[in-house]
Design a protein around this ligand. Structure first.
Ligand code: BTN
Length: 243
């Protein structure tokens, strides 16, 4: 059965992930979605802030997957694929819509969304919160990675319509992931991957590696072929397209 979602709307929250985590720890059910019109302390990956002005989408989905945490780590890739699949029918040229490892959706090589997974345990077992931010009407001007918005890409979609369509797509892919594991998701993700087989750079703290993006493996890790021919398996980092 596809997951039934319940949207809990707020005008303002510090972070929808914080509220979803609170609900998770209180025993909230799988499928709860916390959404806010704006966030005052939105959080991004690697402890960065996520600018959260009104007009964009900020929501967090509570999941209780019955798998070990290691497997649940592929869920952000499911969430990113779901967003790309949601946006694809609205794109004139779907080649302009790509996925940047691990879970950024890009339009014309600019980041239009961000996904932040957080997890923990409660009496009911493992909980996972997937926080999703989509730049609908605006994007911050100065970001570590160039950003864009749906509006800038010529896609006009309101928060309601986008949320509804996204949750339907995500629910279907989550069901596939539960029934068949990460394998079919991986294949679909790779079909949309930015620069597969080409040069990319990955930063991990102060270290920067450049190589050929060869694959994303069955665990969701990135395989980078370095200049000396060796292979590096990367499980965390920031990818930049090109050198
Ligand atoms: C990234 O750094 O790319 C991830 C950004 C995740 C932002 C979303 S907005 C909704 C949810 N609440 C948060 O505080 N963060 C996530």
């Amino acid at each position: 059965m596809p997951l039934a979602f319940d949207i809990l709307d707020h005008d303002e929250l510090a972070s929808t992930n914080d509220e979803a985590r609170r609900l998770a720890e209180e025993g909230g059910r799988e499928g709860l979605v916390v959404r806010a019109a704006r966030q005052t302390a939105g959080r991004g990956r690697q402890g960065r802030p996520w600018i959260s002005d009104e007009g964009n989408l900020f929501m967090s989905i509570l999941l209780r997957p019955e798998v070990p945490m290691g497997q649940a780590a592929t869920l952000p890739l499911v969430a990113a694929l779901a967003l790309a699949d949601t946006l694809a029918p609205r794109m004139g040229d779907t080649a302009e819509l790509t996925l940047k490892w691990p879970n950024d959706v890009l339009i014309r090589d600019r980041k239009v969304s961000g996904i932040l997974l957080e997890s923990g345990g409660s009496r009911q077992g493992l909980w996972v919160v997937i926080g999703i931010g989509v730049n609908i009407t605006s994007h911050p001007p100065e970001t570590m990675y160039p950003a864009t918005s749906l509006a800038e890409a010529g896609i006009s979609w309101d928060r309601e319509g986008l949320t509804e369509s996204y949750l339907r797509t995500f629910g279907n892919l989550y069901q596939t992931w539960q029934g068949h594991g990460f394998r079919p998701i991986r294949r679909a993700w790779l079909r949309r991957a930015a620069r597969l087989g080409e040069r990319i750079s990955v930063t991990q703290g102060t270290e920067r590696l450049t190589g050929i993006f060869e694959d994303m493996d069955e665990t969701g890790a990135l395989r980078l072929r370095l200049g000396d021919g060796s292979e590096k398996i990367i499980t965390a980092g920031d990818v930049f397209l090109g050198d």
